[in-house]
Structure formats: structure tokens, C-alpha cells
Ligand binder design. Structure first.
Ligand SMILES: NC(=O)c1ccc[n+]([C@@H]2O[C@H](COP(=O)([O-])OP(=O)(O)OC[C@H]3O[C@@H](n4cnc5c(N)ncnc54)[C@H](OP(=O)(O)O)[C@@H]3O)[C@@H](O)[C@H]2O)c1
Length: 215
């Protein structure tokens, strides 16, 4: 059983990670900006108020955990990208001040993954500017993490499309290459993404690396 601190537990992806971690018997501290927004109770769930960008306050909130998971973002649309890379930096700086060095697992984006034709997903023509900004913010966060050697980090990129769906427990992983099915579709449910992330908590395979998960 792992003691997990989860930031972003009220979000689409974070709420699935929360459910998956609890169903598998882990204890979770959800660090949320507004506890009233967290629509979940469980004996193994503790709720703390905090902001991922408040670096000075984080060490106290994150101490005593085995793993810190960040699923922060800001919804669809403009403004979201501003949180992503600063959040990664804030978490790394905070974890440097935590005794015992919890592991860090961050939800990343699919934009920087390599497609079959050698381009990156964010090179696809016609992507809206707001989405490109989010994709590149995740790319910046990943570049930053790749330079970090004193915090045990992992980044998990979803398939090209991630959406609420079914928990099947079936998924495939890759590293920097987009994982697609026989029809060329790269897709994962948020539920199976959460399964893969909690599997990585239980059996680490990608420490110091990014990996991706698809159906
Ligand atoms: N959904 C997708 O299609 C998709 C695809 C690829 C990558 N991603 C990435 O996955 C991450 C999560 O996406 P999502 O769709 O689950 O987002 P979401 O539903 O908008 O949830 C975002 C979460 O981040 C939290 N948050 C934002 N700023 C915060 C801060 N300063 N301190 C603490 N918590 C903060 C929000 O908390 P509040 O409740 O307080 O607002 C919320 O829990 C994002 O980085 C996103 O770019 C998403």
C-alpha cells in the first residue's frame, strides 16, 4: 500500500486516479484549492487545502507520502497552459525540501509524442492556438523534468485522445512514440490511464522517464 499525495483530484483525470488508487487500497491525500469541490469521501482519503504553485507551503503537505501525483491543469481553453510548467518546477523544488524524497508522477500531454511519420503530434496542421499552447507547455515541463536528477520523477502522456470512458484494465505503453491501434487511432479512456498510472506506482518501470499509454 502506498501513501499518495494527489494534486488535481477534482479534475477529469485526477478524479479517475483518485478512484483507482482508493479501489486498490492505497491511502490518498488530495491537495485541493477548494475542498468543497471534491465530491468524494472514503476512509483512506484525507483532504488538504493547497495550491501547486505555493512552493513554500508544499513540503509540509507532501511530507510522509511515498508518491506525489500531479494531474493539474486548468480545463479546456486559454489560460490553462500557464500552470503546467510552473507546477512541475514548484513540485520539484518542494520535493527537494522533503525528507525521504517521495517519487513524483506528473500527468503530461500527448503533443510532444512522435507520430508514425516522424513528426510530433503538435505538428499536425489545423490545431487551435490554445491547444498548441497547452501541448508546448507540457513539452516545456517534460524538458525541465528531463534535466532533474535529484528528484525521482516520471511523466505519463496520454494517447492523442483521452476521455471519460470504461475501465478495462487493458492498455499498451510506449515511451516517446505515440501508441495507436491497427486503424491508426490513438485513444485511451481516463479510467485506463489511471490504471496505468497506479500500476506505475505499484511497480515502477519508468523512473526518470516519460511513458505513454493507449488502448
Ligand atoms: N483532458 C484531456 O484531454 C487532456 C489531454 C492531454 C493532457 N491533459 C492534461 O492533463 C492534466 C489534467 O487534465 P484534466 O482534463 O483532468 O483537467 P481538469 O479537469 O481541468 O482538472 C484540472 C485540475 O487541476 C487543478 N488545479 C489547477 N490549478 C491548480 C493549482 N494552482 N493548484 C492546485 N490544483 C490546481 C484543478 O483544481 P480546481 O478544482 O481547484 O480547479 C483540477 O483539479 C492537464 O495538465 C491537461 O493539460 C489533459
Amino acid at each position: 500500500m502506498a501513501h499518495i499525495a494527489l494534486i488535481g483530484a477534482t479534475g477529469t483525470i485526477g478524479s479517475r486516479i483518485l478512484d483507482e488508487a482508493l479501489r486498490r487500497g492505497h491511502t490518498v491525500t488530495a491537495v485541493v484549492r477548494d475542498p468543497a469541490k471534491l465530491d468524494r469521501t472514503a476512509a483512506a482519503l484525507t483532504v488538504e487545502t493547497g495550491d501547486v504553485l505555493d512552493t513554500a507551503a508544499l513540503p509540509k503537505l507532501l511530507a510522509g507520502h511515498d508518491v506525489v501525483v500531479s494531474a493539474v491543469g486548468g480545463g479546456d481553453g486559454p489560460g490553462h497552459q500557464a500552470t503546467i510548467a510552473p507546477a512541475a518546477k514548484s513540485l520539484v523544488e518542494a520535493l527537494r525540501a522533503v525528507d525521504g524524497g517521495p517519487r513524483l508522477i506528473v500527468v503530461n500531454g500527448a503533443g510532444s509524442l512522435r507520430a508514425a511519420d516522424g513528426t510530433q503530434v503538435w505538428d499536425k496542421p489545423g490545431l487551435p492556438d490554445w491547444l498548441l499552447q497547452i501541448m508546448h507547455a507540457h513539452g516545456d515541463a517534460l524538458d525541465y523534468l528531463r534535466g532533474v536528477t535529484d528528484v525521482n520523477w516520471t511523466a505519463l502522456s496520454p494517447a492523442a485522445t483521452i476521455e471519460a470512458g470504461e475501465r478495462t484494465g487493458q492498455y499498451r505503453t510506449g515511451e516517446d512514440d505515440l501508441v495507436s491501434d491497427a486503424e491508426g487511432v490513438s485513444w485511451v479512456s481516463a479510467e485506463d490511464y489511471a490504471v496505468a498510472l497506479v500500476d506505475e506506482i505499484e511497480q515502477p518501470k519508468y523512473e526518470g522517464r516519460r511513458f505513454t499509454v493507449a488502448r
